[in-house]
Design a protein around this ligand. Structure first.
Ligand SMILES: CC(C)(COP(=O)(O)OP(=O)(O)OC[C@H]1O[C@@H](n2cnc3c(N)ncnc32)[C@H](O)[C@@H]1OP(=O)(O)O)[C@@H](O)C(=O)NCCC(=O)NCCS
Length: 327
């Protein structure tokens, strides 16, 4: 790899599958290092974290880099590219090694190279999401053009007033899907046609709302999430949304911004039938969805994250993210 540190006891290399558990521990320790002194508690699910890392490394193996001191992992970075978007998913350095430019070196190691271009030949857009409480990362990303711009709120809780969500309008057809992409036998559609419908709807909606397609991410999301596909009366794609068995909702996307709160409501009501608590991330661009979620009883539980970019990407008024690493 290019860009090895001047300190010869530190080296950077591409991560292997065997590094991912150690990377998850670096993330946990790095987050706890600044959250604990602020009285914030970290919610941590190591298997889910490692599962996400494995997906990110599988899709972008050349953009998942580990830093070691004398062979011991002390930091890592991961980024992904979909269409014209480069996104910094993860950047963490253990507390005792912070402030010595290792974060900068790791970031430079995963940034786009001169040959990395958008499909139209333009430079890739740079995006990231970072904790509002963290001045170092906000400053570091801004220096590389990824200026913090859009607050993203983690909402959690029981759905005490589900009627606060508007219902999907007449004429919008909702087709449920189960993990794996089948419709769970609800309509009798065979697995192949259910998967084709899922691919058709998610591709059309992502192209319109995000500006890029990401079949690899949908394949991964289908591993453990169910959800809803929306079409209009003519069968044209209108939206999609996912929910996980533990009550986590997202991603959710609609062609028409006014449909977003109703689709979130449908997913939240379905989730509430299975588990007592729901959670999701809503940005400040999706105002009506945020208002509806709060009216339905969900609560803001953490300090907001901030989505940053050097040039705009995605229409967040029509989109709720998967998470902070995989937008
Ligand atoms: C964020 C993190 C990865 C950065 O790595 P690092 O090795 O500590 O960072 P570096 O030393 O390379 O650079 C930090 C830069 O921020 C600057 N900085 C620090 N505090 C700052 C502040 N309050 N305002 C502006 N700039 C600040 C530093 O001066 C330095 O820039 P310089 O090299 O020009 O002096 C690391 O601190 C970390 O893991 N933190 C905890 C976890 C975390 O928040 N990760 C990011 C989540 S999105």
């Amino acid at each position: 790899m290019d860009g090895q540190p001047a300190d010869r006891s530190i080296s950077l290399r591409l991560a292997t599958e065997a590094d991912l558990a150690a990377c998850a521990e670096i993330q946990r320790v790095a987050l706890d290092g600044y959250l604990a002194p602020l009285g914030q508690t970290l919610t941590w699910n190591a298997p889910a974290v490692v599962g996400l890392f494995a997906h990110l490394r599988a899709t972008d193996p050349g953009r998942f880099v580990v830093a070691e001191r004398d062979g011991v992992p002390i930091g890592f970075a991961s980024a992904w590219v979909r269409g014209g978007l480069w996104f910094l998913a993860l950047l963490f350095v253990v507390p005792e090694e912070q402030g010595r430019r290792l974060g900068t070196l790791l970031l430079e190691a995963v940034l786009p190279g001169p040959r990395d271009r958008a499909p139209d030949g333009e430079p890739l857009v740079l995006g990231v999401a970072t904790d509002s409480l963290q001045p170092i990362s906000n400053a570091l990303y801004a220096r590389f053009g990824m200026v913090p711009r859009l607050p993203a709120f983690m909402l959690r809780g029981p759905l005490s007033r589900p009627e606060a969500f508007a219902r999907l309008p007449e004429g919008v057809v909702a087709t449920p899907f189960a993990p794996g992409g089948t419709d769970g036998g609800r309509t009798g559609a065979d697995a192949g046609s259910a998967l084709r419908l899922h691919a058709d709807v998610t591709t059309a909606v992502d192209r319109e709302v995000l500006g890029f397609v990401r079949p690899v991410d949908h394949a991964w999301l289908l591993g453990d999430r169910s959800g809803i596909l929306l079409a209009n009366a003519d069968g044209e794609p209108v939206g999609y949304g996912y929910r996980r068995a533990d009550g986590r909702l997202g991603p959710v996307a609609t062609m028409d911004a006014t449909l977003l709160p109703a689709l979130v409501g449908r997913l939240a009501r379905d989730a509430a039938a299975d588990v007592p608590e729901q959670s999701l991330i809503v940005t400040g661009a999706a105002g009506p969805a945020l208002v509806a979620c709060l009216a339905a009883g969900l609560r803001i539980t953490d300090p907001p994250t901030i989505v940053g970019w050097d040039r705009p990407f995605a229409d967040f008024s029509r989109y709720l993210p998967t998470g902070l690493a995989l937008v």
